[in-house]
Each structure stands twice: as structure tokens, then as C-alpha cells.
Design a protein around this ligand. Structure first.
Ligand code: AMP
Ligand code: MG
Length: 482
């Protein structure tokens, strides 16, 4: 076996998925493989890049041991419940236990129609494939729990999208699992409590084995999933990350970031910043993310109620108690991360952080660059670049003086460096990489992926990637991969 598959999801009852081979593509061409990730999955890099390996990555061949399936799930999309979504353009090839002992899913995205495709073509344009490659690998390098990119392949066929006929691609995604809040909701919508229990037991064994020891393992599962979401969202926010489509079908039970459609890293800071063109009401704005996270885990809690107790009143009380810690957990994680970003000791007043963020809002200052320049000040390198970010219209000096007083006692320079990336996948750079790829030049894509592998390190050769876009380079919105 070239890939050491060890499948468990395919052993669950057939109503959890549908067996589905990937579609054939005319002319597969490998764009990039992630050699480090391949090594972690004990997949031979030479084979993976050979014609045989690329055929598997394109969906043209089924590797020995692979049992391709499309997973069933439902979900709340922008608050409205859809009882059947499922893998409409993705196929789970199987699972591999990595050298770290963790079990991973290997999934193809853009590999053709399935039972869940509804009106869609099951394919993916190359743009979203490259976007997910760049952003998910950047997230991993930034230290955020996330699905990963194993490979990107061009298919040699064109797919019809809003912008016309564009090159198609297949993305190979690696995840701790692809089980979502929406997977549980799929079974609740069918009143299939046996399936919910099976799925909960499966998730406990695979992701939260400690919960099995708790007095009520299902309550412990809910607490663990809620804590993982609180931690994840605090981390997103500290990086200026806006997921963009925090639907329950895009909320991974494992606590990983999943589905990089209209996501983006905020540039000019504003708590109500939104990126997605389909999020016209700002549901998934930067500052709404913690509330939405709680809303999503509350939907998860609803699916577990029948497992908590036969008495619905008691089950509801148990769920409420399990979720009661979420706001505090989020707040404390958020404060730890922002204290580190500002280089402030733990006893510094919280108001100083909020005032700093208010200042960024009124000055419309680039979030990442601000913290980069503040780190420079703390390192006694340069304070003029920071001051120059603020026009005379906003009174930066009084806040800055307060910050100096609080931070100077014991400035946490290593914390600041570890919390404030120099490089993020700026949207205009991602767009440039995609447009170049459409014109046949993959160099900007490779360069961006290479640079983002070390986001906290000063890399002079990539200095040009640090800065926000020129006015003519600004990308106002990103689009769903669909
Ligand atoms: P998303 O908004 O990308 O998370 O996808 C929501 C739902 O639409 C999921 O069930 C997807 O499988 C499905 N979907 C998205 N794009 C396509 C496509 N091109 N063909 C078929 N189904 C799709
Ligand atoms: Mg999705």
C-alpha cells in the first residue's frame, strides 16, 4: 500500500454516507504537494509525485485500501436550517494514522458529483483550490488548529462559474476528521437517536477520549467541543481572521478551522468588518464570531439532549450548565492573546487593550502592521513607523504614553513576537497568485506558500508581502468556492 489506509468511518452504518468513486478528469497536472505533511502521514513523497500518485490526487485512480465515500450532513446556513447538505463536491478517500499517532481523514475536494450535489457540478475551480492551499497552510504555520493541504492538482478541464469558464482543480484536504455540528444535526432532523449515540461515541473515541472517563461522557463531550470552539475563535480574532461562513456545517467537532471560502485576514481594523459578499447583514463579522460560536455549539447541544436524559427539562438544564462556561473561557483566552500582542503584563488594565483597539478602529490602521510596529517599539528598534500610522486626527499620543508606562515595567517581547505575525495571507496577494495561475504562472502561488511557512520570522526576501495593498490592489470581497 502506498497510503496506509485504516478506515473507520466507512465501518459506520450506511446511512452515514454514500459510497462514491471520484470522477475522471482529462489531464491531471500536479501543482504542489506538501512534502512535510506527506511525511507525517507516512506517504512516500516519490510515489505521491509520480503519475500513479497524481492519478490518486486527481481522482483518476483509487489507491489500494481507499474506500471512497461522500459523508452525509445537514446544517444551519446563515441561521436557516437545511436538513440535507452533505459532501456535494468532496469525497473522503479514507483515514491514515500519522507518525504522531493521530488519525487523519484524506479527502478530495472538487472530485465530481455525489448523492449530495443537488444542482451543483461537484467540481471546484482552481482559484478556491489555491486559496484553500495558501490559507490553510498559513493558518497551520500561524499555530491555529486547522485542516491542512496535502496537494493541489489542475484537472485540465474548465468549470463554469460566475466569472465564466475557469480552469478546474482538485484539492486534497487532511483533517482530524470531517465531522461537523451539521453531521449530528442530520440525524436529529431524522429523529435518528441511535445514530446520534453512535456518532457521539465515535467522536469521543476519536477526538475526546478523556470524556469517556467523565461521569456523563456526552456532557463532557459538549463541554470539550464548546471549549475547543472558544479557544479557536479567540485565536482567530487575535490574528484578525474572519472565517466568513460560520455555518454549523462548517463547524468542525474536532475544533479545527474548516472551509476557507470567503475568509480573510482583516487589514484596516474594524470590529464589524465582514468579507463575504453573501454575508450582507454582517452575521459573521470579526466581532460577532464568539457569539456565533456559542450559537453553533448550542445547536450541537440540541442534538445531544436525547442522550443526556429522557426528561427533556433535565436534559436542557444539563446542556445549559455545560455551555455556561463558554463566555468566560472565550474572554480569558482572548485576553491572554491580546495581552501578549500588546506586550502587557497580566495585571495591566483591560481597558488599555480596548482603548488600543478603539484607536485602531478610528484610525483605520492595518491590524497586523500595527502590532508588528508595536513589537518594533518594544524591541527599542523604531517608534517613528508606528507613530506615522496615525494621522493627527486621532489622538494616538496619550494612549501610547499609557501603553509605554504599563508595558515598560516588564515588556513581554518574546510573547509579542510569538503573538504578532509579520506575514499573513493578504487577500490581494492571494488574488494575484490565483490570477497568475489562471494565466499559467504558478510562481507567485509557490512564493506565497513558501513565505507563509514562517510567518513570525523576519524574511527580508519577502518584505514586499508584509504590506497592505495599494489602493488599486484592494480586493473588496472574496467569493465562496461554489
Ligand atoms: P459550503 O458553503 O462550501 O460549505 O457548501 C455548502 C454545501 O454546498 C455543501 O453541501 C457542499 O457540498 C455543497 N456544494 C458546494 N459547492 C458545490 C458544487 N460545486 N457542487 C455540488 N455541491 C456543492
Ligand atoms: Mg462547507
Amino acid at each position: 500500500m502506498n497510503i496506509h489506509f485504516d478506515n473507520t468511518y466507512a465501518r459506520l452504518p450506511e446511512r452515514f454516507f454514500s459510497k462514491q468513486a471520484p470522477a475522471h478528469v482529462p489531464e491531471p497536472k500536479l501543482i504542489r504537494v506538501n512534502l512535510g505533511l506527506a511525511a507525517k502521514l507516512a506517504i512516500d513523497a516519490g510515489w505521491l509525485q509520480s503519475a500513479d500518485g497524481v492519478a490518486v490526487l486527481a481522482g483518476n485512480a483509487i489507491a489500494e485500501g481507499s474506500e471512497p465515500i461522500a459523508q452525509a450532513y445537514a446544517g444551519h446556513q446563515f441561521g436557516g436550517f437545511v436538513p440535507q447538505l452533505g459532501d456535494g463536491r468532496a469525497i473522503l478517500l479514507g483515514e491514515v494514522v500519522g507518525t504522531d499517532g493521530v488519525r487523519y481523514d484524506l479527502q478530495l475536494k472538487g472530485s465530481g458529483r455525489t448523492r449530495f450535489s443537488r444542482g451543483g457540478d461537484g467540481k471546484s475551480a482552481l482559484g478556491p483550490v489555491l486559496r484553500e492551499y495558501i490559507v490553510s497552510e498559513a493558518m497551520a504555520a500561524l499555530g491555529v488548529p486547522t485542516t491542512r493541504a496535502l496537494a493541489a492538482v489542475a484537472t485540465g478541464e474548465r468549470v463554469l462559474r460566475q466569472e465564466g469558464r475557469v480552469p478546474g482543480g482538485v484539492f486534497t484536504r487532511v483533517a482530524a476528521s470531517h465531522i461537523r455540528v451539521g453531521t449530528f444535526q442530520y440525524f436529529l432532523a431524522r429523529n435518528d437517536i441511535d445514530a446520534i449515540r453512535l456518532l457521539a461515541d465515535y467522536v469521543i473515541a476519536r477526538h475526546y477520549p478523556d470524556a469517556a472517563q467523565a461521569s456523563n461522557p456526552y456532557v463532557a463531550l459538549l463541554e470539550s467541543v464548546a471549549a475547543a470552539q472558544a479557544d479557536l475563535i479567540a485565536q482567530w480574532m487575535s490574528l484578525g481572521f474572519i472565517h466568513g461562513v460560520m455555518n454549523t456545517d462548517n463547524t468542525a467537532i474536532s475544533g479545527e478551522t474548516i472551509d476557507f471560502g470567503p475568509c480573510a485576514f482583516m487589514e484596516a481594523f474594524h470590529p464589524r468588518c465582514v468579507f463575504s459578499s453573501i454575508d450582507s447583514r454582517g452575521r459573521y463579522a470579526w466581532g460577532n464570531q464568539p457569539d456565533i460560536g456559542l450559537w453553533n455549539v448550542t445547536r450541537f447541544a440540541e442534538t445531544l439532549l436525547p442522550l443526556f436524559s429522557e426528561d427533556t427539562g433535565e436534559a436542557t438544564r444539563m446542556a445549559e450548565a455545560a455551555l455556561a462556561g463558554y463566555p468566560e473561557r472565550f474572554d480569558s483566552r482572548y485576553m491572554v492573546r491580546f495581552r501578549a500582542k500588546f506586550g502587557l503584563p497580566s495585571d495591566a488594565p483591560a481597558a488599555l487593550i480596548q482603548e488600543g483597539l478603539d484607536l485602531l478602529t478610528s484610525a483605520e490602521v492595518d491590524f497586523t502592521l500595527f502590532f508588528r510596529n508595536l513589537t518594533r517599539v518594544a524591541a527599542e528598534e523604531d517608534s517613528t513607523t508606528l507613530e506615522a500610522m496615525f494621522s493627527a486626527k486621532v489622538s494616538f499620543a496619550p494612549w501610547f504614553a499609557k501603553w509605554r508606562r504599563e508595558a515598560s515595567a516588564a515588556v513581554r517581547l518574546p510573547d509579542m513576537r510569538a503573538a504578532n505575525p509579520i506575514l499573513i495571507p493578504r487577500n490581494h496577494r492571494v488574488e494575484q497568485a490565483i490570477q497568475s495561475a489562471y494565466a499559467g504562472d504558478y510562481a507567485p502561488f509557490h512564493r506565497l506558500v513558501d513565505a507563509l511557512a514562517s510567518p513570525y520570522t523576519e524574511q527580508t526576501e519577502y518584505a514586499g508581502l508584509e504590506t497592505p495593498p495599494q489602493p488599486e490592489e484592494v480586493v473588496h470581497q472574496t467569493f465562496c468556492g461554489t
